[in-house]
Write a protein that binds this ligand. Structure first.
Ligand code: SF4
Length: 87
């Protein structure tokens, strides 16, 4: 898989301070949102798990903390894998 150009640009940039770290870790997400494939979201990731039968609240499976809910419209992280239910 080719490397995401945003990640390559971040790697090429000199590390001078806080502003150079473009992708920020967010609690509840296993890796920094936005570091995954372009155009993909947690909605199409196989790791997103519903909390209840109504499928309104979701968590990131690898995090394993049921108190940290995720927004499935968030950009995919580097651990994203296509869900077999996604088209
Ligand atoms: S893309 Fe998948 S692995 Fe990454 S935070 Fe979202 S649900 Fe978790």
């Amino acid at each position: 898989m080719p490397i995401d150009p945003r990640i390559q640009a971040a790697l090429d940039r000199p590390l001078n301070g806080k502003r150079t770290l473009r992708f920020r870790m967010v609690r509840g997400y296993v890796a920094a949102p936005g570091t995954g494939p372009i155009g993909e979201t947690c909605h199409t990731c196989r790791h997103a798990e519903p909390l209840g039968c109504d499928r309104r609240e979701w968590i990131c499976g690898p995090v394993g903390d049921h108190t940290l809910k995720i927004d499935r419209s968030t950009k995919a992280c580097s651990r994203w894998e296509r869900s077999k239910h996604a088209r």
